[in-house]
Design a protein around this ligand. Structure first.
Ligand SMILES: C[S@@+](CC[C@H](N)C(=O)[O-])C[C@H]1O[C@@H](n2cnc3c(N)ncnc32)[C@H](O)[C@@H]1O
Length: 312
């Protein structure tokens, strides 16, 4: 990597990624950009080739974990570990950052691989994106439901923007509810939990009027089995839905990094067909798609593309 190849992800560039005006970025997002180190280099030459080779070897090994109903115990155990570390650290929120947020790996950004100067680039980018999306789209919502809430950090971010909003973290893992109960007690925020399986949505559980829905890296786990959840949302008619997910259909087969991400999604049985399905629903006037933006991705795929839509 050349020395003169240092770039910075500035608030101007963030605004461009979100298709927003720089001045209109929420204050919390601006502060998060200022606080973080978003300097990076573009990965080229030998390092780039080595990264591509690593991906191909990983795909060839066929050792990747496949998403699906059999993975529940893995999620339970993962979140249990986070909870134990959260308690041990006397409730330091950084212990709730999921372990799949890898430090020190290359990041996919604007059709390149980049090497961030700081290890927490992925987490810092997500922090900025959450402030931006939540402020823009949830301001009229009374209740926010996060499906696949994991360690609850996305809802904690929502509580900073909207201290009075009712926040509900849903997950099939019981350990999510354990973490959320601790968060309510220790942070004194309006948050609660419910067990919910996206493969078999509980039809008796109704969303509040004027609610927002969020998923981040959760629908990815459903493979092609997302219809029960979409039907559930169509019946419950939330005001607005944001999905920050890997979207198979936005990848460009003619682009090497994209092509490898598609193969990765296929092998892991990650979300496929979701965007096409929503587009069909839009054509039938059942939903309206408000925005789709590619932001960045981790080493193997672009898990942070966001899609904003609402049932009609
Ligand atoms: C990649 S994690 C993302 C967690 C959180 N949204 C975040 O941004 O850190 C995926 C989450 O989806 C949950 N999940 C996976 N399959 C699910 C299902 N069928 N029903 C409910 N939750 C599920 C997992 O337990 C896990 O908490």
């Amino acid at each position: 990597m050349k020395k003169n190849n240092i770039h910075n992800l500035s608030s101007k560039l963030f605004a461009k990624i979100f298709n927003a005006k720089e001045d209109n970025l929420p204050l919390l997002a601006k502060q998060a950009i200022k606080k973080a180190n978003f300097k990076y280099q573009i990965v080229e030459g030998k390092e780039y080739n080595e990264a591509i080779l690593k991906i191909i070897k990983t795909l060839d090994s066929k050792n990747l974990k496949i998403a699906g109903p059999h993975r529940l115990a893995d999620w339970e155990n993962g979140w249990k570990e986070n909870l134990a570390e959260f308690r041990r650290s006397r409730y330091n929120l950084s212990q709730l950052i999921p372990k799949f947020v890898k430090k020190g790996e290359y990041i996919r950004f604007q059709s390149d691989f980049i090497k961030p100067e700081n290890d927490s680039f992925e987490n810092d980018f997500v922090t900025v994106m959450r402030y931006y999306l939540f402020t823009k789209y949830y301001k009229k919502a009374n209740t926010l439901y996060e499906f696949g809430a994991g360690t609850g950090l996305n809802l904690v971010a929502a509580s900073e923007i909207f201290p009075k909003m009712k926040l509900i973290g849903l997950d099939w893992a019981e350990s999510t509810a354990d973490i959320i109960n601790v968060l309510r007690e220790k942070l004194n925020i309006n948050i609660s939990a419910k067990r919910f399986n996206l493969f078999k949505p509980d039809e008796e559980y109704h969303l509040d009027k004027d609610s927002g829905v969020l998923t981040i890296g959760t629908l990815e786990q459903l493979g092609k089995n997302f219809e029960p959840f979409i039907n559930y949302l169509l019946k419950n008619k939330p005001m607005i839905c944001i999905n920050v997910e890997t979207l198979y259909e936005i990848y460009d087969q003619e682009n090497l990094l994209d092509y490898l991400a598609m193969k990765y999604s296929e092998q892991r049985n990650y979300l496929r067909g979701f965007l096409s399905y929503l587009k069909k629903l839009e054509a039938k006037k059942k939903i309206k798609i408000i925005d789709i933006r590619r932001t960045f991705g981790s080493f193997y795929h672009d898990g942070y593309t966001y899609l904003v839509w609402k049932p009609l």
